[in-house]
Design a protein around this ligand. Structure first.
Ligand code: A2P
Length: 338
């Protein structure tokens, strides 16, 4: 078995740091790692895999030394510039940004849902948006069994999804509330503390946000249902980590609720937490630190012929980003070795 070489681009960010943690947990057959970030972080030291790694500045020559894989988590602009350079040197890139997700030749992969797409890559594989990943893990088995007719997404998204500056805005808001002092916002257009902002990513001409559009388009691509009617409202809430989503789904086929619940229970990476008599339902606090997608509040939608409401919660930095990307690398290694 070959020992591989992996680059982590954006290693100093919220997702980048989690990638390092997940890699430490997974023990993949990777012999060497190089940590990249911008010039600002050059020389920053990170303890990783029992050693101390110095962060290197990402440049156009960074991939000359030969990498098997790179996980990029440094935003769309950095990916647009550097991922094609890496791929041209024979390195397979797994990119967390939105730069390539909707490109036809770029697989958009959640391994539990569409692992078969991985082998179609031409050097770049895209990691979907965090809100989409947790949704499709829950929806795929239901689509297979009952054929989804329409989806309505309403999200309650944690500040960690907006990177370090998003976390700082919430923490500063809490301290300012306690100390009754002013503070300046670093990420959001309004205070996130004690607020819900129906505004994630930029507004588009059709009045949706880009986050909402990403959920719609990426779900269609991953489920291979290009014309599936989907609508979405994405909201940032004052939660540090883990996204929650209310998902309303309408089906073509009828279902028995107990069968639908057991379908979810028997599907990969799903934990059903649904015992309302004990106040048991998925919570952001409990999902944090886990790679599974938690599903609860499963109840029939009586307003349509065949529909269900779900409450879906997952750690947006782990399954929504870092763990999914590392899982893709794991599958790439499995496919190279067998
Ligand atoms: P840096 O820390 O040097 O700015 P987050 O979204 O949590 O803020 O993280 C963004 C990540 O992307 C960071 O690791 C950041 O590095 C990295 N990054 C941003 N711009 C570049 C760039 N031009 N080249 C390489 N890494 C970049």
């Amino acid at each position: 078995m070959k020992d591989y070489k992996l680059a982590i681009v954006g290693a100093t960010g919220v997702v980048g740091r989690m990638i390092l943690k997940v890699l430490e947990e997974k023990h993949l057959p990777i012999a060497s790692y190089v940590l990249f970030a911008s010039k600002r972080s050059c020389g920053t030291k990170f303890p990783f895999m029992g050693k101390v790694y110095e962060v290197q500045e990402l440049t156009e020559n960074s991939f000359e030394e030969g990498f098997d894989f790179a996980i990029f988590s440094a935003g769309a602009k950095t990916a647009e510039k550097f991922a094609p350079i890496a791929a041209s040197k024979g390195c397979i890139v797994v990119d967390n940004s939105s730069a390539f997700r909707m490109e036809e030749n770029v697989p958009l992969v959640v391994p539990e849902v569409n692992r078969e797409e991985i082998k179609k890559h031409k050097g770049i594989i895209a990691n979907p948006n965090c809100s989409t990943i947790q949704a499709v893990v829950a929806l795929k088995p239901l689509d297979e069994k009952y054929h989804i007719k329409r989806i309505v997404y309403s999200t309650y998204q944690a500040v960690s999804g907006a990177g370090l500056k998003g976390i700082v805005d919430l923490e500063n808001g809490i301290h300012a509330f306690e100390s009754k002092q002013d503070y300046s916002l670093q990420k959001f257009p309004y205070p996130i503390f004690n607020n819900c902002l129906p505004h994630i990513d930029v507004f588009l001409e059709n009045s949706y946000t880009k986050e909402e559009e990403k959920m719609i388009n990426e779900t269609r691509k991953i489920l291979k249902r290009p014309n599936l009617p989907i609508t979405a409202t994405a909201v940032r809430v004052p939660v540090l980590n883990s996204h929650s989503e209310a998902i309303n789904v309408e089906f073509e086929k009828d279902f028995v609720l107990a069968d639908l619940v057991s379908t979810l229970q028997n599907s990969p990476s799903i934990i059903v937490q649904d015992a309302i008599q004990h106040n048991l339902y998925p919570l952001a606090n409990n999902a944090t630190g886990h790679d599974e997608v938690f599903v609860g509040r499963i109840r029939r939608d009586y307003s349509v012929k065949s529909g269900v409401n779900l409450w879906v919660v997952a750690d947006n930095i782990r399954k929504g980003a870092a763990s999914n990307a590392v899982q893709i690398v794991e599958k790439l290694i499995e496919e190279k070795n067998f």
